[in-house]
Structures are given as C-alpha cells and as structure tokens.
Design a protein around this ligand. Structure first.
Ligand SMILES: [Zn+2]
Length: 72
C-alpha cells in the first residue's frame, strides 16, 4: 500500500471570484448620499443606475434624520 496523498484539486479561493448565475449584467453605481438640508456628504452607497435614491438617514451635522439624496 503506497501512501500517496490524494490529488489536490485547486479549490476556488473563498471570496476571490464568484461566478454569477445570470451572467451579471447588474451594474451598481457608486454614489454619495448628501443631506438635502445641510448638503453634508454623509454616506456612500451603491445603487442601480435606473433608480433615484432618496433615503431618510441620520445626519451628524443636523443631529437628526433628514432626507438624503445622491450626488456626484
Ligand atoms: Zn444635514
């Protein structure tokens, strides 16, 4: 009986490259979310190009939740 080690298949690295099942046409656009009241750029997020973001989030400058919209 020879103790040959089992052939090591090249395992895919976790998180390296994940094959998308549907071809991956979903482009995500990176945008900055600005407070509509003080214009502070508080958040960064991604969105779909065909959507317009308008989210209520906490603004540190205003000290409360305000409406945030995307800006370039
Ligand atoms: Zn604000």
């Amino acid at each position: 009986m020879s103790a040959t080690p089992p052939p090591r298949a090249r395992e895919p690295q976790p998180g390296a490259r994940r094959a998308r099942p549907q071809g991956g046409a979903a482009t995500r656009l990176e945008v900055v979310l600005c407070c509509t009241e003080c214009k502070s750029r508080n958040y960064k997020t991604t969105k779909r190009p065909d959507k317009v973001l308008s989210i209520r989030k906490f603004c540190k400058t205003c000290g409360r939740h305000t409406l945030h919209q995307e800006s370039k």
